[in-house]
Design a protein around this ligand. Structure first.
Ligand code: SF4
Length: 216
């Protein structure tokens, strides 16, 4: 069965939020075009999804986050749909609905950053700040709970004329450039038909974040 033929199914889930990150999409075309789009949030939870105990991610909208005011430590339940295109969406489930906070986080104390474990900012703030590439090991480790970390759904234009794209996931950071946890990781290859790969070695990061000082 082709991946695009997967049937999307509605499921129920409940769990404790362990991280809230922006849900982002990145459009890449060769190495000089990298555009970031800000779609909402990914809630990462430890709990039960579709009857299975696991850690899972649920994509929610900015409106849903504003209405719910969700925080790390909250126990939340809802519905969502499984993915029709797994290679295009990092969260395990999307189109979330019936969101309900079952139990508020008992932790009212915010630890000193970094990482920034706090209420996530709005989409415009992420848009204005811009992102830098973040190493996968940082994203999985010290940065996982930081509101500035994201795992983006990336589309790479592979054949512009025939509208053929490749898809993958990439980690980025919207946080202060001076953050002591930051590591870019390896340069990232951007393939294009009949050209081999070009490398995104970091200069686009400077461009994307040129509007702010190191400590902002
Ligand atoms: S490197 Fe970025 S994501 Fe990681 S803790 Fe620092 S600001 Fe947060």
């Amino acid at each position: 069965m082709a991946r695009s033929d997967l049937v999307s199914l509605k499921i129920e889930w409940q769990g404790t939020i362990v991280s809230i990150q922006p849900r982002t999409r990145v459009w890449r075309y060769l190495t000089d075009n990298r555009t970031h789009y800000h779609l909402g949030y990914n809630l990462f939870l430890d709990g039960v999804a579709d009857g299975y105990e696991c850690r899972f991610g649920v994509a929610i909208s900015e409106k849903q986050q504003i209405a719910g005011g969700f925080r790390i430590g909250d126990v939340v339940s809802g519905t969502a749909w499984s993915k029709q295109y797994p290679e295009r969406e990092y969260a395990d489930f999307y189109r979330a609905g019936s969101l309900k906070r079952q139990c508020a986080s008992e932790n009212s104390h915010e630890a000193a950053p970094p990482p920034w474990i706090t209420a996530p900012p709005d989409m415009k703030t992420y848009e204005d700040r811009g992102a830098r590439m973040l190493s996968l090991s940082c994203w999985k480790g010290k940065c996982f709970q930081c509101v500035w970390a994201t795992m983006s759904n990336v589309e790479i234009i592979w054949d512009f004329d025939r509208r053929v794209s490749k898809y993958r996931f990439e980690s980025f950071c919207y946080g202060p450039k001076s953050c002591k946890h930051y590591k870019m990781g390896k340069a990232r290859s951007v393939p294009y038909k009949n050209r081999g790969s070009s490398l995104d070695s970091g200069w686009l990061d400077d461009l994307c974040t040129e509007g702010r000082d190191p400590d902002e």
